[in-house]
Design a protein around this ligand. Sequence first.
Ligand code: HEM
Length: 215
Amino acid sequence: MGKIFDWIDSRFGVKEPHRRFLQRPLPEKLNYSYCLGGAAFTLFLMSVVTGLLLSIYYVPSETEAYKSVIRINEEVRLGWLVRSTHKWSANLLIIFIILHTIRVFITGSYRPPRELNWIAGVFTFIFAMASGFTGYLLPWDQKAYWATVVGTSMAGTVPFIGNALLYFVRGGPEVNGTTLIRFYSMHVLWIPVMMFIILCAHFHMVKKQGISGGL
Ligand code: HEM
């Protein structure tokens, strides 16, 4: 294995950038609460991988969405496991982001020079919540439908731009097939890509500024 890796490395050069990226000085007083961000990232990756698998069978259409979810649960081999793992990792992601934020807050790690990284973190949280909201509609059952009717109608209460915002979110005056496709596109493409870009910036800043001191 080592020989094969050395052969690839001599042509591709992965060892050195990998070493530069991972080997960095850490503060002396670290504890497990400093792993919460890494745990959140692992959960993000798990949601992406299981989401990619679900997208093979899920059909984002008014007439097929509900049936395709039932098919995933009952007919596709291990479909139920992939779907449950997707749900659990998405829910745990929110919990771990909150725990990670509490750690960062308690250790005062939001202070200069890390304030921009705090702001980047806030955006990842907003996108994670948006991902949960858009994903909730996809099973296209009664619960999903009415939750989205209530959730999106809140956008309509925003002063001045409320109506335009409501039309934009729903793709029309009502929640229907257009909303489903809109939410699907947000859920599988726009939000994960935006989150990935912000996370790259987040990790770049962690690397540049180093981890702040212990509790
Ligand atoms: C998907 C969401 C997120 C992921 C995957 C993530 C990941 C990470 C990782 C791996 C670190 C390195 C240290 C550690 O693990 O504690 C870190 C540091 C940091 N994160 Fe996050 N994070 C996320 C969301 C947030 C949020 C919501 C905030 C704040 C609102 C935030 C603020 C920070 C700050 C300020 C640091 C630097 C902490 C220090 O140097 O001690 N992050 N993040």
